[in-house]
Design a protein around this ligand. Sequence first.
Ligand code: FAD
Length: 522
Amino acid sequence: ERPIKTLEKAIMETKEDRENVRVRNAVVHWFKCDLRTRDNKGLHLASEKAKSAGVPLIAMYLVSPQDFQAHLTSPARVDFILRSLEVLKADLSELDIPLYVETVEKRKQIPHRIVELCEKWGVSHIFCNTEYEVDELRREAALTRNCLQRGIAFATVPDTCVVSPGELSSKGTGSQFAVYSPWFRAWCAYLNSHQSDLNEYPRPEKNPISARECFKDLFECPIPSAPPNKQLSVEEKKRFRSMWPPGEHEAAQRLQKFISQRINKYSESRNLPAGNSTAVISVHLASGTLAARTCIGEARNANTSKSMDAGNPNIMSWISEIAWRDFYKHVLAHWPYICMSKSFKPEYTDIHWEYNAEHFQAWTEGKTGYPIVDAAMRQLNHTGYMHNRCRMIVASFLSKDLLIDWRMGERYFMEHLIDGDFASNNGGWGFSSSTGVDPQPYFRIFNPLLQSEKFDLDGAYIKKWVPELRDLKGGKNGPVHDPYGRKADNVAEKNGYPRPVVEHKFARDRALARYKEGLGRA
Ligand code: FAD
C-alpha cells in the first residue's frame, strides 16, 4: 500500500476521536522541516488549539543521527539545521514557548519517544506539518496509532507545498500528472481560484506565563551538537557559517531583497551562473526557515496581476520555478518508489552504465578537464550550493558523457548540498539523465563547451572557481572554455589543469547507443 494511503487511513481512524480528547495540560507542535514561526500552518493550528483550551504550547524537535545518515544529509546541512534551531529557540522563547530538542539515536524509536514525552508533559494534542518521504509518512502513521492508543489527538497537516499533493489531477484521466506543463496550468488555475490559500498563517501568540513555571527545564535544554559523523572541520564550520546565516529572519531578508531588487531581471539572467541573479533561498526552503507559500504570496503582491499566469514575465518565470519544487513533491507523494533508487521511467532501468571510478572521482573533485563542469563541482564542494544551470550541466555530463549511473551523482549531491531536498534532487537528476519524470529526451545531450560559451561567455564563473584558468581569454571560442582545444596555449598545462577525461563527440555517440540499447531491452 502506498505510504500516503497508510497515513490517510491512520488519520481517518483518529479523526472522530480527536475532538473528544480530554483537555490535559499542554499542546505540542513537532517541528521537522519547518523551522520557522512565520506562516507555519501546523504551528499556527497548535497555537490556536492551546489558546482555545487555555493551556501552554510546547515545541519539540527530535534530532536523529540515523535519519541524517539514511537521508544522506550533508554535514553542512546538519550544521545549518542546528543553527536554525538556535534562532527558532530564541524566537519561541520570546513568546514564552519552550523548544525542547532531544537526540534520539534509533529513528524507529521516534514515534514511541514522542508519545512518551507527551504523556510526561500531559499533552492532549500534537500537531505537525506533513513531509512526503516514505519514511516520514510511515513514521506519522505509526505515531497516529500510538496516539490513538494513549488518547492523544494527532494532526499532521499539509504545509510544505503551495498546492498540496492530491489537489490536482488530470481532467481526462483523474490521475496525477506526470508532465510538468499541464500540471503547471492546473496549479495556476487552482491558485487563481483559491487566492486565500496564499494568506499567511499568523505567528503563534504568546504562551500564558504559566508555561515558564511548568516547563522551566524545557526552556533550559540546550541544542545538541552535530552527531560525530556529521561534524564539520573547524575551517569548514567557519566557511559555511559565514556563507549561510541560519534562521527565518535571514530567509525573510533574502526573499525581500530578491523581490525588491533582482526579480525584474530574472528571466534574462537566471541562467547565468556568474551573476547574483537568482534568489538563493533553496537552503531556507529545504529547512523550512521559509515557506514556499510565503514566496508565492510575496511574488504575487509584487506582480501587476493577481493571477499566477499573468502580469510581469519575470515574476511569472520565478513563480514557475517554485512550482517545480511543488511538482517534484507531488511526484514523490504519488510514486513513492522513486525513494527506492528506482528510475521513474522503468524503461530506463536497464542502461549499461560505466562504473569508472577514476572518472567519477575526477567529476567529484572538479578535475574532468571540462572547465564549466569543474567550476560547478568546485562551487558545490566549497559552498554546498550550485547554480541550477550548472546542476543540469554536471548531471548531464556525469550520466551521458561519463555514462555513470545517475544515482551516484544524486547521492553525491545529497551528501554535499546544503539545500539537499530529496524530491527536487531526484527530480533534477531524473530530468538531466532522461530517466525521471518529464525528462529531457535521452538524445538531448548537453555539449559542455557550448553550454559554457552560452551561459558563461566571458568565463567569469570558470575563473572564479578554477584558478588554473584565470589568465585564459573568454568570449566566443575563447580558450577558457576549451583550454586544450584549437586556441590552446600552454597556460592550462603549466598550471596543472587536467586534460579532458573523455572526448565529447565519442562520449555522445556512446551514450546514444547505450540508451537506445537499454530501451531496446526494456
Ligand atoms: P531560484 O531560481 O531563485 O528559484 C527559487 C526556488 O524555486 C528555489 O529555491 C527552489 O526551491 C525552487 N526551484 C528552482 N528551480 C527548481 C528546480 N529545477 N527544481 C525544483 N525546484 C526548483 N533544489 C533543491 O532545493 N534541492 C536539491 O537538492 C536540488 N537538487 C538539484 C539537482 C539537480 C541535478 C538539478 C538540475 C536541480 C536541483 N535543484 C535542487 C533545483 C535547483 O537547482 C535549485 O533549487 C536552485 O538552484 C536553487 O537556487 P535558488 O534558490 O537561487 O533558485
